[in-house]
Design a protein around this ligand. Structure first.
Ligand code: C5P
Length: 220
């Protein structure tokens, strides 16, 4: 089967990682979750008491950060696997703050493009994959869903990871992050014209996956 690159973008809680993971499995491609990089940088800042309003300090800290983003939702920070420390709402919010900075984005995008170069046939999910990271991806998908559904999905995802979550807090977090992600100056979350939009609000996970696998098979 021909190896293609698939870019999956969309706002928080829309189901990007569940969808991307399964598509990669079915099409024998590599799955990469790019949000982990912004989460890991946020985690580093939190643990080193870096003031998130101090952009210069955040940028300087990049020199001390060695990130190894691995397939199947894993990331190492300076040689240590920290993936299971990155899922809290606190880290989500901090991630969206550091992700606003152009230098942080350059740092992450460069690594992500290198991963794509070394792993032909990749399903990458994030906010700027179709617009920046994998501009030449053969298939670009933009997932959407209404706030209520996204909140429910995110609560379920957190509970499944053993993190307590209530809907009101999760909704607030999603709205704040979406606003920051779509309004930032540096490569905001956008749907590029060639991306195929799928509203997943009233589709099952399996239906979304089937839909994208069909689109991919037309190209393969
Ligand atoms: O995808 P996830 O929710 O884990 O991403 C956490 C945060 O990282 C997002 O809210 C967004 O601010 C940032 N992000 C980004 N570009 C990406 C992936 C994530 O700006 N490609």
């Amino acid at each position: 089967m021909k190896k293609i690159n698939i870019a999956i973008d969309g706002p928080s809680g829309v189901g990007k990682s569940s969808v991307a993971k399964e598509i990669a499995k079915r099409l024998d491609l590599v799955f990469i979750n790019t949000g982990l990089m912004y989460r890991a940088i946020g985690y580093y800042c939190l643990n080193h008491n870096i003031d998130l309003e101090n952009e210069q300090k955040i940028i300087e800290s990049l020199k001390e950060i060695d990130l190894n983003l691995l397939p199947n939702e894993k990331i190492e920070l300076n040689g240590v696997d920290i993936t299971n420390k990155l899922w809290s709402d606190q880290i989500s919010l901090i991630a969206s703050k550091v992700a606003k900075l152009p230098k942080v984005r350059e740092f992450c995008v460069h690594k992500q493009q290198l991963i794509a170069k070394n792993n032909p046939g990749i399903v990458m999910e994030g906010r700027d994959i179709g617009s920046v990271v994998l501009k030449d991806a053969e298939l670009k998908i933009f997932l959407e869903a209404n706030n209520e559904i996204r909140t429910k999905r995110r609560v379920e995802q957190l509970l499944a990871k053993g993190i307590n979550a209530n809907e009101a807090d999760v909704l607030k977090n999603i709205i704040e992050r979406d606003k920051r992600d779509s309004e930032r100056d540096a490569t905001p979350l956008i749907k590029v014209p060639e991306a195929i939009a799928i509203d997943t609000s009233y589709l099952t996970l399996e239906e979304v996956i089937q839909n994208i696998v069909e689109l991919a098979k037309e190209i393969i």
